[in-house]
Design a protein around this ligand. Sequence first.
Ligand SMILES: [Zn+2]
Length: 382
Amino acid sequence: MVNQDRLAGTFRDLVEIDSVSRKEGKIAAVICNMLKSMGAHVFVDDAGKKTGSNTGNIVAGFPGNMDEVQPLLLNAHIDTVQPGENIKVLFSDNTFRSDQTTILAADDKSAVAILLEALLVCKEQNVRHGPIELVFTICEEIGLLGAKHLDYSRITARYGYCVDATDVDGIVTRAPAANRLRFDLRGRDAHAGAAPEKGINAIQMAAKAIAGLTLGRIDEETTANIGVISGGKATNIVPDMVRVEGEVRSHDTEKLARETARIVEAFEHETATYKETSLSDDGLPDVEVSIQPDFPTLNVPEDHIVVQLAKKAALNKGHSLVCKKSGGGSDANIFAGKGILTGVLGTGMRDMHTVRESIRLDDMVKSAELVLEIIRVHAQGA
Ligand SMILES: [Zn+2]
């Protein structure tokens, strides 16, 4: 059994330490001390240098007492979104909330508290378990940067669990891959009143390209979005530059490539058509295209040990666990790309990334019990 009061206390303590992305140093130090006092081998990697954070990712090894069991990876992220400073934790009706001037940071400190509690119980009750690799990542909220720059030479586990979702009766096994797109359209500047004929309006060109796109939900497993547009200097200047940024996501990598190509084609078509119909000898307009693969797909088969283990553990605890599909990426996508398959478990956190964020303590307890049972069942399977 997990210790409900201790779990609640750990959660509250963690929430009261500010840790917005790139400023996770303080909370990392506290977590490292806790891990060391629990007997873990603690290592902080150099991802801080690569991400601009004041700490790296934490990798903590618990050797366990059963060598023949495969190592298990357990992960949560320690950074938060804004507004995430000076969070005041309120607790009533079994539910944690903020005072609504900030987020609560249950995303993902509920998971950090849950993982720490599960391992404390293992130690206290001498639970037989195999090697456990706890990975606490930084900068998840700003593009999964911690996981992208994690020192994978420190990880031996080939599978495990990220704890970073809502549903305590679900495990996310499928999540899309994503591309980030950026278009720099170059037109030609000119005085808007005196010589507009000499100009090429980059904003209008971008508008035409965007107007012809299909955006939003493309099909059941594919989405596309144009999210940022910036350019222009003044109302009396024909704008010579505009930047358009967007993304495409799909559970199917072929569809991802196809939708990406369709959007690129729209922008290239617009500049090419302009050139064909005008007498321009300076190579304008043109478009510079940048396509950045953001994260790969997550696809854990239903018969994989990660799913089987979690389902059996849930059953032992008297509830069922359903496989779920997510529309968002998480550290699990990055791990999958590195050959480490992780399912994403829920903690009960709700309305994340808003000031209305909340979490029920009994959901946190249920989640911690599940993690603990997974550790137990995993050792029995050896
Ligand atoms: Zn999260």
